[in-house]
Ligand binder design. Sequence first.
Ligand code: FCB
Length: 467
Amino acid sequence: MPFPRGFLFGSATAAYQVEGAATEDGRTPSIWDTFCTRPGAIADGSSGETACNHLHRYREDVALMAELGLNAYRFSISWPRVQPGGRGPLHHKGMDFYRRLVDELLERGITPLPTLYHWDLPQELEDDGGWPERATAERFGEYAALVGDALADRVTTFITLNEPWCSAFLGYAAGVHAPGRTEPAVALRAAHHLNLAHLRATEALRTHPGVRVAISLNLHEVRPLTDSHADRDAARRIDNLANRIFTGPLLDGGYPTDLFADTAQLTDWSFVKPEDIPNGPVLDLLGINYYTPTLVSRPRPGDSAVSGEDGHGADAASPWPGTDGLVRFHQPPGERTAMGWTVDAGGLRDLLLRTARSHPGLPLMVTENGAAFDDAPEPDGSIRDSRRTAYLHSHLQAVEQAVAAGADVRGYLAWSLLDNFEWAYGYQKRFGLVRVDYDTQRRTVKDSGHWYAQVARTGTLPPLTPA
Ligand code: FCB
């Protein structure tokens, strides 16, 4: 089963996770710079201050992509680097980095896929209330206009937001991501203003003819533990809070009314203005980030009243407003990655197919997929990460199956090109196709990277060699 012609095989990174150079050339702090100074927030006490030093080593990193035969690179633009403080004119010195990066990619035939927001809100905007405030969406629209003016002559597809679910619910309800607030009702406001931010950015970017607008959602493949009414109701609640809260307004003409009913004790949703709901398509492509499925039930008598482990930390506050006592999370069976996430490629196939069927005509792209494992370099320095290769193999097969069944999938971007700063886990979790030695910044292509290079070069899946 070959992949379609023109299919993109690439990799993805994000500014704060790889760039470093956090205080160079006038960049101001983002909420992640601030969050990293909070004691206990990051498992190893680290930050993205240096990370992979991609800002200075981007040429070497692009050369590596070319060597691997990758034909797309999804990176993110650091808002406080190109518009320090989140207001005012474009900061050319900051934007020059992205102009050079894009030029370097284009020279090597690699399609640039910039994401405008991968979680690094300028701290000043958080000081003014952050995503729960409508004004932040307006600021984002202005920022998107600046980026569009600077790059639309050489970039055709812009991804507005990365995983707004994480921004809203890990950032403002669970508090395990920046800005570390635990205010469930406020998180729902944040979700709406992220949707509005996408709308504003779309309006700005579409002033450039030929530009295509996308978003990357971490759509959850939600499964009920049993077919009982109660368990299906638990799945419905999570589907609303994880998926439809974004696909509703962006694709389906409005929020699901049962989402309003389920959260009525927290908010009356009066922050949603009728004109905030787009009256035409605001997506030319939907990016899907997938790692693992989500298995839920209604708590049984004797189960603890609060949500069980859902992959975001058992001790943290819940990222699911309004579900206490109504939803329990379960670990799906099967092999787990170093994140504790179950490996389940069927989830990706099902998610792609369901999205393709519910939104016919909407091109899809897997904008993140990959796995962290505890890589142990061999004495000669090579990294025999056969489990990561197997993960990529099974998930690429899932994409093939979805395509064969009719899903219009345009590309697959492995998370990640490089080992990098994995948010609250710091540098302890490695997702890269390429190992980074953080003492020397040396890059070493892992076995999985060599295997993926064969995929990218041939457009087919080479067999797995036994470990
Ligand atoms: C996603 C993020 C990405 C990375 C992967 C592992 O949720 O978008 O930055 O951390 O998870």
